[in-house]
Design a protein around this ligand. Structure first.
Ligand code: ADP
Ligand code: MG
Length: 401
């Protein structure tokens, strides 16, 4: 896989570079302001290196899930503004993805200039299952530039036009963020230092069962918290009240528990409440006494202690998924406690997942205390599952030139 440094060594001055980045930041629903600019920050090293090399950079990215048509709510305008602030320059935004305005603005770029084109998901073709539809958009994107750099690690598991098809049409290179993410994930999959402990939380068990299956043979311990722990607790025969439960996954969880023996570690207590509010009245209960009608919304203090002990001697940790509804103050303590224990290990600690990374920042934990905070939740999980990621496979092969 050629890297952006190979491209810089070839000389990039005056060349037009199409750069796919991950700028999918969370926006405040009321004000539309960016609430966490971590992904924009993470895109800067590659972008700045290309500018320093004199490239004319055309950035393409997606934001949220617009329905394949322009929608002002998902415009990249706030991102263009923030990107400009961080780079100390003006970043114009093309009104379209790869149409007349994008072409005109791309043609007007000078050396070291940056253009952002509008949300690539404003074109239904971006995410289409139809190769020809994606190909038509990829043709127009490719026509904007001479070479392609993919730095959107958070999107490499998608077979999308701006991630996959365009790379087949231009000489292609991996950006610095993609290279760094791959470097860390390789260290997790090839001979990790032991004990290797994985901590999983978050909301949907069905999303993460595949990764649990794939990781079980490789890890020394798997700690399960968050909304997904209740399906496991149900599989052990506990009542879970009104907590998140995926009834159709209970049998699978039961089988996994049987296979894993004591390597899967579940919570021993949980914080319950009647509803999801920031002034909810909460109670801590043992997992065998979850009252009917209440929801488990965080792991309890004895669980934080137990998980802390299980993490104590770990030399490699991968953590994905908050332990509770960390967005609300009454349910933050579990995530804060476990996140601190992950940070404290003597070895490589990796945080993966959009919400998990946001939790680290929002709870005021020290980002530097982690070995790596991945910007791509889905992508890092699929990589750990051992699946081939289309956006990486296409970068690795020699086509498109
Ligand atoms: P990531 O983005 O890090 O991969 P997920 O998207 O899987 O994480 O899950 C994050 C969400 O899980 C958060 O919005 C959080 O509120 C929710 N969550 C965690 N614990 C619970 C719980 N006990 N009940 C309901 N939702 C939960
Ligand atoms: Mg998430």
């Amino acid at each position: 896989m050629r890297s952006v440094d190979d491209l810089l060594a070839e000389g990039v001055s005056g060349r037009r570079v199409l750069l796919r980045t991950d700028l999918n930041v969370p926006l405040d629903k009321q004000t539309g302001e960016i609430t966490d600019d971590g992904r924009i920050q993470a895109s800067l090293p590659t972008l700045q290196a290309l500018r320093d090399g004199g490239a004319r950079v055309i950035v393409t990215a997606h934001l949220g899930r617009p329905k394949g048509a322009p929608d002002p709510q998902f415009s990249l305008a706030p991102v263009a503004a923030r990107l400009g602030e961080l780079l100390g320059t003006t970043v114009p935004l093309a009104a379209d993805v790869a149409g007349d305005d994008a072409r005109a603005k791309a043609a007007a770029l000078g050396d070291g200039d940056v253009l952002l084109v509008e949300n690539v998901r404003f074109e239904a073709a971006e995410t289409s299952k139809d190769d020809a539809e994606r190909g038509e958009l990829a043709d127009r994107l490719a026509a904007l530039a001479d070479v392609y750099v993919d730095d959107a690690f958070g999107a490499v598991h998608r077979k999308h036009a701006s991630v996959f098809d365009v790379a087949e049409r231009l000489p292609h290179y991996a950006g610095r963020l993609v290279a760094r993410e791959l470097d860390v994930l390789t260290r997790l999959t090839q001979d990790p230092e032991r004990p290797y402990v994985v901590v999983l939380g978050g909301s949907k068990v069905s999303d993460k069962l595949a990764v649990i299956e794939a990781l079980l043979p490789k890890v020394d311990r798997l700690l399960v918290g968050g909304g997904m722990c209740f399906t496991f607790l149900a599989a052990q025969g506990h009542g879970v009240g009104n907590s998140l439960l995926e009834a159709d996954q209970v049998d699978t969880c039961r089988r996994l528990l049987a296979e894993a023996g004591d390597r899967i570690v579940l919570p021993v207590d949980v914080v319950v409440a009647a509803d999801l509010t920031d002034d909810a009245e909460t109670t801590v209960v043992s997992v065998d006494a979850i009252p009917d009608g209440l929801k488990g919304l965080d792991v309890g203090p004895r669980t934080v202690e137990l998980f802390g002990t299980e993490l104590g001697d770990a030399r490699t940790v991968f953590w994905n998924g908050p332990m509770g509804v960390f967005e609300l103050a009454p349910f933050q303590a579990g995530t804060r406690g476990v996140a601190s224990a992950v940070a404290a290990i003597d070895g490589l600690s990796v945080v993966g997942g959009g919400d998990s990374a946001a939790a680290v920042r929002q709870l005021g934990l020290d980002e530097e205390a982690y070995g790596h905070i991945s910007t791509g939740g889905g992508a890092s999980l699929e990589y750990l599952e051992g699946r081939e990621l289309p956006g990486l496979a296409v970068l690795a092969d020699g086509s498109g030139q």
